[in-house]
Write a protein that binds this ligand. Structure first.
Ligand code: G3H
Ligand code: 13P
Ligand code: ZN
Length: 322
């Protein structure tokens, strides 16, 4: 199967009450870990590349790695998506360069400007058979090129979504309902603590999601900043020379609930980073004599695979839907 767009994936996910996992890729081991997991549980997949990933690994290397995964996984549909496209030129370069989906993220701009830029990307993308994700509302945290402080972040205003989707013609819409990018999604002051002393974040704003879905029936919604920040990996990092105090993510049950509603795409990057870093830190601490990168990248890839499998089956509910 060649690379596909997300149109059919989202249609089935919406109707079936599950979501597609969109995982960020930066190198071969990450691509392999994610795609081996999806192949084993027969799940459709979105592999996404940020501006930072293109700067790190080079556009061509990333496209070829994803094309290799398509050859190795002939039975699962895979989308190659630009994550947080900052401008028309970057989106155009990805559309011309083999991507099947792009995000234009003009969410930090005033509404009229966001609409105008998104419309321009949609026209070019649709002419080339590529689909477009846009964003309304601002998530806190660090996005590629878009750094939004907690004070500047704001929830999506449901009363803007119909006009935005109608005027832009976008194919899916990322909204802000309380998720946030990175491994520190909330300050300790915003959270309570459970009996183990772990931080418990404020719940997602399902009321906003419901209102958006009521205004856009059948339209696929996207959640960014949806890592759950597994405490086992935070602990592994901290016990092996790292320092990540009070890292906290979005509880998995809330993501599952969103997936049962209109959310068709859930973005996960930080959890992969934590699994990779924790595994490598532990390996280094336990084997100070080893220096062959394959020896520490192999268990890191395996732990990414297990983490992604868990997400596909237990959080997204998209196993068996390829
Ligand atoms: O939303 C941001 C993603 O986690 C990508 O991060 O820009 O560091 O590649 P990055
Ligand atoms: P996390 O930082 O929660 O993994 O979010 C990733 C993301 O939204 C990529 O666009
Ligand atoms: Zn994001």
């Amino acid at each position: 199967m060649a690379l596909v767009t997300s149109t059919e994936m989202f249609r089935k996910a919406y109707a079936g009450g599950y979501a597609i996992g969109a995982f960020n890729v930066n190198n071969m081991e990450i691509v392999q870990g994610i795609t081996e997991a999806a192949r084993e549980v027969n799940a459709p997949l979105i592999l996404q590349v940020s501006k930072g990933a293109r700067a790190y690994a080079n556009h061509t290397y990333l496209v070829k790695l994803v094309e290799a995964a398509v050859i190795e996984c002939p039975n699962i549909p895979i989308v190659l998506h630009l994550d947080h496209g900052p401008d028309f030129e970057t989106c155009k370069s990805c559309i011309d360069g083999g991507f099947t989906s792009v995000m234009i993220d003009a969410s930090s701009k005033p509404l009229a400007e966001n609409i105008a830029i998104t419309r321009q990307v949609v026209e070019y993308a649709h002419d080339h058979g590529v689909v477009v994700e846009a964003e309304l509302g601002a998530l806190a945290g660090i996005e590629d090129d878009v750094k939004v402080s907690a004070e500047e972040s704001h929830y999506t205003h449901p009363d803007e979504v119909e006009e935005f989707v109608t005027k832009t013609g976008c194919d899916s819409l990322a909204i802000a309902i309380g998720t946030s990018h990175g491994a520190y999604k909330f300050t300790a002051a915003q959270c309570t603590r459970n009996e183990k002393g772990e931080l418990v974040p404020p719940p997602l704003r399902f009321d906003i999601l419901e209102e958006v879905s009521r205004r856009l029936p059948g339209f696929p919604i996207v959640l960014h900043g949806s890592s759950s920040v597994p405490q086992e990996y935070v602990k592994m990092i901290n016990e092996n020379g790292g320092r990540m105090p009070d890292a906290v993510g979005i509880p998995e049950e809330q993501l599952r609930q969103a997936a049962r509603m209109s959310v068709c795409k859930i973005n996960i990057d930080s959890d992969l980073r934590l699994a990779m870093t924790g595994t490598i830190r532990q390996f280094m601490a336990e084997h100070p004599d080893k220096f062959d990168p394959r020896e520490y990248l192999k268990p890191a890839r395996e732990n990414i695979k297990q983490l992604v499998k868990h997400k596909l089956v237990e959080v997204l509910g998209c196993d068996g839907k390829a």
